[in-house]
Ligand binder design. Structure first.
Ligand code: SF4
Ligand code: SF4
Length: 434
């Protein structure tokens, strides 16, 4: 089977400190859960409970407000004991309901009533997906109902792209979820295809994980629309929107298929769609890759949303030594976490703690002009020139145009022998319009 890859640049990204991909373990239920009112890209959800109120597992506690905002639910039964606010590394403030675990669970360990969805209209499916606060869980946090809504006026065909590309080893939680919940992911595809009136489903897989694709397609069973499988290269950043679209368009051209508008979704989101529609269940827990050179026992864990990151690290045996950096997401593109009381949210696919010496944490030296950064940039821009420009004392002119094309993959930083912070410098300058 042909393997489709983006043409230029990229790296083979490996990290010995990621958790193994064989299976997941279930984390302890937290005694106190911290449920943030922002777990999406838009406005803070409006709280509908107050300190002192009792809440049930899965009960609505914050109502989304407008585009980009999503409903927030309690992930444990208990009592709201306080609200907290904290500053995140980017200078943004988040606030949360703190819930003390009390009383019985209505969903955990209980028989789950099944709600048939096959006869529901696309509109009704979208309403359920919105009601249960389903967002894109592999990073962006965009509400899935917003994505579906934006497709309503599409004149071209619409293709659901199942993004099972594991070019970054920190996606191990997604990989394990895909293996352990293949049926839920597959049914989530069929639900989304109906909700978005899609014309085709395309499963894109890293070439090393063919068996996963076969499993998913097999689990999907008979569908009303065509289902294709594309093997993609495993070079990072193959999963990135731009590089993924390049591959899809090449595939479409070769097979004379009009893919039209593309909606890429990952396995965690699709499984969450399945749970919302089939079991009327919001996102109560998620698979999280917990690792990094500072963690004693890296592992993939199923963690309740609202569990504090410090508690998860403790369950992995704690630290081997004082971490140099703690973060959420992949160390390549993730954000720094400044407080171990920060909780796991819907988009926390990985949390890490690294010692001095891991990516981005080495001492910087001067650029030696080796050109490595240029050779790996998938966009074809010159990170060395842009970086030097951002550092020059008299850079009053606007930033050279191509800086805006940088999508922040971080390939240039990984290969730079001088350990220069190329990615972040270019992004910051482009944002400032400098
Ligand atoms: S971070 Fe930007 S400049 Fe660096 S390789 Fe990626 S796209 Fe190119
Ligand atoms: S990889 Fe680093 S040292 Fe080499 S040219 Fe680019 S910025 Fe300079």
């Amino acid at each position: 089977m042909k393997v489709y890859s983006f043409l230029r640049g990229g790296i083979r990204y490996s990290d010995p400190a990621v958790p193994p991909r064989d299976s997941s373990v279930t984390a302890f239920l937290p005694g106190l859960s911290v449920i943030p009112l922002v777990q999406h890209i838009g406005n803070r959800a409006n709280p509908v409970v107050a300190v002192g109120d009792r809440v049930r597992e899965g009960m609505l506690i914050g109502r989304g407000q407008g585009l980009g905002s999503a409903n927030i639910h309690s992930t444990v039964p208990g009592r709201v004991v306080r609200t907290v606010s904290w500053k995140m590394a980017e200078g943004l403030t988040n606030d949360a309901m703190v819930i003390k675990l009390e009383g019985g669970f209505e969903k955990l360990g209980r028989y789950q009533e099944v709600f048939p969805w096959q006869s529901l209209s696309p509109f009704e499916l979208q309403r359920i997906i919105a009601e249960y606060g389903i967002v894109e869980m592999e990073g962006s946090g965009r509400p899935v109902s917003d994505m579906l809504y934006s497709l309503r006026s599409a004149k071209d065909p619409v293709t659901l792209v199942v993004r099972c590309v594991f070019d970054d080893p920190w996606l191990s939680a997604d990989y394990v979820l895909c293996k352990e919940r293949a049926d839920a992911v597959a049914e989530g595809c069929r639900i989304i295809a109906r909700a978005g009136r899609m014309n085709r489903i395309v499963v894109v897989l890293s070439k090393d994980e063919k068996e996963l694709g076969a499993m998913l397609i097999d689990s999907m069973g008979k569908t009303e629309i065509p289902v294709d499988m594309i093997l993609a290269g495993s070079r990072y950043p193959q999963r990135n929107g731009r590089e993924l679209e390049l591959v899809l368009r090449r595939y479409g051209k070769k097979h004379d298929i009009e893919l039209g508008v593309i909606l890429p979704l990952g396995p965690a989101t699709l499984a969450a769609v399945h749970d919302a529609v089939k079991f009327k269940k919001p996102i109560l827990e998620r698979y999280v890759a917990v690792g990094g050179s500072a963690i004693k026992k890296p592992q993939v864990m199923k963690v309740r949303i609202g569990t504090r990151i410090g508690e998860i690290f403790a369950e992995c045996g704690g630290f081997v030594d004082k971490p140099r950096r703690i973060g959420a997401g992949s160390p390549l593109m993730g954000r720094t976490v400044v407080d171990l009381d920060e909780p796991v949210v819907k988009t926390s696919f990985a949390v890490f703690a690294v010692l001095q010496g891991q990516t981005g944490e080495k001492g910087q030296t001067r650029c030696i002009g080796c050109g490595e950064c240029r050779s790996v940039c998938p966009v074809g821009i010159d990170p060395e020139a842009l970086y030097k420009y951002t550092k020059s004392a008299n850079n009053r002119d606007s930033m050279p145009g191509r800086a805006a094309e940088c999508h922040g993959c971080g390939c240039c930083e990984v290969v730079c022998p001088s350990h220069l912070p190329l990615r972040i410098s270019i992004i910051r300058s482009a944002l400032k319009g400098n």
